[in-house]
Design a protein around this ligand. Sequence first.
Ligand code: ADP
Length: 822
Amino acid sequence: MTGGKIHDEDISASSQWSESTAARFGRLDLDNSDGDGAWCPDIMSEPDGLKQYLQVDLRSLHFITLVGTQGRHADGMGNEFAQRYRISYSRDGSSWVGWHDRKGRQVIEGNKNAYDVVLKDLEPPIIARYVRFMPVTDHSMIVCMRVELYGCEWLDGLISYSLPDGHQMIYRGIDVYLNDSVYDGASAERLTKGLGQLTDGTWGLDDFLHSHFYGMWPGYDYVGWNNKSFPKGYVEMIFDFDHIRNFTSIKVHCNNMFTRGVSVFRQATCFFRSGSEWESPPVSFSPTVDRASQRARFVTVPLGDRTASTIKCRFHFADLWMLFSEVAFQSGSAVYNTSRSARKQGHPTNIPVDDPTHKVDDSNTRILIGCLVAIIAILMTIIVIIFWRQVWQKMLEKASRRILDDELTARLAFQTQNFSFHNSSLSSEGGSTMNSTYERIFPLCADYQEPSRFVRKLAEFADSMESLDNETTGHRSCKRLAGGPDPPHYAEADIISLQESSDQCSITVNMFDSSMKEFPRHKLSFKEKLGEGQFGEVHLCEAEDMQDFLDADLSEENTESPLLVAVKTLREDANKNARNDFLKEIRIMSCLRDPNIVRLLAVCVDTDPLCMITEYMENGDLNQFLHKLSLPDETTPGYEAGGETTVNYSKLMDMAVQIASGMKYLSSLNFVHRDLATRNCLVGRNCTIKIADFGMSRNLYRGDYYRIQGRAVLPIRWMSWESILLGKFTMASDVWAFGVTLWEILTLCKLQPYAHLSDEQVIENTGEFFRDKGKQVYLTKPSCCPDSVYNELMLSCWRRNAKQRPSFEEIHLCLMESLQKL
Ligand code: ADP
């Protein structure tokens, strides 16, 4: 839903409160669209929740293992959510089944507030095409929902199986229920038109009295039958498929506790039907009777590439009882269906053809095991060494996470500062605590500047890995231009001193521009609201006599009077921290002068509300600007290059060049931006791009920032691994963010980076960069991006070793060269 794979027309609902809360707005994590931030039905007058629903059509059968729900937050405007809900599903769109968990409970605990996502593991999973979310309330009220579904396409093709329901066994006084307790079809003499335990992706244990699921009754994982109830000596099962398929085999997971009278079937005979008649001859198969091992196992019955849309199999008893827990079909060249272990990871996969359970069919297993023992003994030594190394690595990683938690959140401390501006005293009070909703991140307090032994060890470890990388990895494609040394790596604390503390760093002193003039407020006249940021609203204003305030370079270009300007105002209820940050942004911007950096023209800080007046960028921020555009489809007849809603690759590259140029300027001042992203670049006339936002985070893009334990927010999808894990923000981490920004530009900001990963998974991925075992996931190549730009530029920005990432000078040159070639 979030990623847009499910189209608006496939999301429908029983009703909607208004057009702006229609079904299509019920997408998890999306609240910035045209609507009011969620799907909201008519007032809930039916407490049982069966009347109102949000329906998703997945267009084909899917195996769904997890769902997520969220309420309507709408940037603080909404507070409606579903505390409880039910799910119902359908495979054909006409017969609907209410989902219930393994204990029969239908109502699912939903959300506790309007913004947090609550995930629900579906046990048992659902195999369906249509899914309905049905809010449940105690009384008449308005509820709103945003939802997401997780799973994969159900390629098995099996749409139902029919069989006699399982029996009850009494084993040494214990009642063992061997019925198909999650079957979702009809149950009369036989179970018909449904799927259940045999397709739930869970294989039974060797001892059928025990279950994978805590608190379930003995025999829960199996469906089993007693020989005495079947005079013909077999159990007949019928399997219906979505269409005619070519079947290679069927795999049946069977119990084999022969000491308790349970055995794998003696023989299977399968019949095939593509039309109305069963075709002859049937296929028969007799597995080897195994009286040596009591292990449960998959038994594979070859089906001889027979074509059918329905298969009927008769499984003959070899003992008093026959117990099955799963069936899977192999049709064509692939085996489908899912395994429990695979599903647990959220990636249902094929049962591998060389599944080790196959080997159990072979009575030579013990000989094989004997041989393996010898090999295992030799491998043990190697494993111990590897294990030892992994434990050590995990310890380091855990500690780094702890540092993140402890240092980034619990010990979040603001460096306080006294700040004077234009000889007027606007001093902020010191010793502030984090007590408001506005939270900037200056994560590392004085302790971090004096790293503890462990932090030092971690840093040494990272450094040693980096030097190892230096020795082993290839050279970069763009040559370093300014032969000088790499920009230094600063820990966060260092950056704070560099950018905030005037007595420690000459750059800061030089950068402070005391000539920034106070602009008379009465000369500003409001035209319209441009947007809203973290600090407050941004307005378009006409400024009279602004020319007197402009530098020479600007006054030549801006001769008109009154001049259009953007005025960013600090909201009146802003707390001390917000005020400090606002003033800090002014201080930073006042000393930046570059064609690709938004220019601060003047300020109003003598009285409240504080305002900063910047040049007006008439096309707003780059993210929204690009999002509205598309790449031209040159194959479309009548297409004209440069049409209003299209943008071509060279224009995109030109934008990237401008950002690289602005960053090159910042890096020449050793200034680390820390939040480079398209949302923080503004677009002016003729697609001029300027970097802005020297503060942090914006409500509109709340989803781009990750909240650590509900306190600080970080733009993790743009952050380098070392910024996230070690709190290290450097030019090189800005380069990483540039790589992500370039990716955003070339994908026209249609998706958030790593849209398929949750915030937690993004952080996990960061751990993979740290471990460097080749398991890290990179953003994929945008379709319009040439291989050379992706491989040589984008990927080089995400090199693990920060020293091996290109400088902005190199990036700028590289981009210019590739632009010239176009
Ligand atoms: P914050 O820094 O608090 O996140 P922003 O500076 O990003 O706030 O401003 C919020 C919105 O205002 C932006 O999305 C953009 O559309 C608009 N905006 C900000 N500055 C300008 C400007 N100089 N010209 C035009 N629009 C602007």
